[in-house]
Design a protein around this ligand. Structure first.
Ligand code: GAR
Length: 201
């Protein structure tokens, strides 16, 4: 499966995909896009010889259209949002039907949007976690594919929680990309399901 990754920042999730699944498991990362020209993710892509491009249009529709065209020209079949901090509009999503996934640092539907870990800490959450889900037009509202939880009772520092969640994110996102490449993720009845015999891998 030809994968396009969108990322706005650091790009550690992108790096995990590049290191662990790119070039094997039927997965090829062929394009990395960002809304932020200074995103470290772009440099990570270039270091791996993957075409990378920033889309600086401030108008979302214009940015979405330019990105969708670029990804389509690259033959992208699966779009992975790895810390992409913009909403994607209906027109973009229609170009990649059921083929856009996102990683989010909370157990959705709790704590959607930006600052998820800060929100969770502020609520006194004791169980944190990571969700990989299909993307729809809402803010982190699409069907859940997989989640993993982490008990951190007494957590008060968002940075510490984020650091603890990071390896879970990397594992889960790589797992889902591999499962999609194998054809083992189904969207059925509004739910995204990873075939049970792959749930542990
Ligand atoms: C990750 O924690 C990801 O879950 C989060 O941004 C971070 C990006 O890190 N995404 C969201 O909050 C989306 N709502 P990275 O740039 O190091 O991969």
């Amino acid at each position: 499966v030809r994968v396009g990754v969108l990322a706005s920042g650091e790009g550690s999730n992108l790096q995990a995909i590049l290191d662990r699944v790119h070039g094997g498991d039927g997965v090829e990362v062929v394009a990395v896009g960002s809304d932020k020209p200074q995103a470290r993710a772009l440099g990570r892509a270039r270091a791996a010889d993957v075409p990378a491009r920033a889309f600086e249009q401030s108008d979302r529709r214009a940015r979405d259209a330019a990105m969708a065209g670029w990804l389509t020209d690259a033959g992208v079949e699966l779009v992975v949002l790895a810390g992409y901090m913009q909403l994607l509009g209906a027109d973009f999503l229609a170009r990649f039907p059921r083929r856009v996934i996102n990683v989010h640092p909370a157990l959705l539907p709790a704590f959607p949007g930006i600052g998820a870990v800060e929100q969770a800490v502020a609520h006194g959450a004791q169980v944190f976690g990571v969700t990989v889900h299909c993307v729809d037009e809402g803010i982190d509202t699409g069907p859940i594919i997989v989640q993993r939880a982490l008990e951190l009772p007494g957590a008060t520092d968002a940075a510490t929680v984020r650091a603890a969640l990071r390896p879970l994110e990397h594992d889960l996102l790589c797992h889902v990309v591999r499962a999609i490449a194998r054809g083992d993720v189904e969207l059925a009845g509004g739910r995204c399901i990873v075939r049970p015999d792959d749930a542990a891998g």
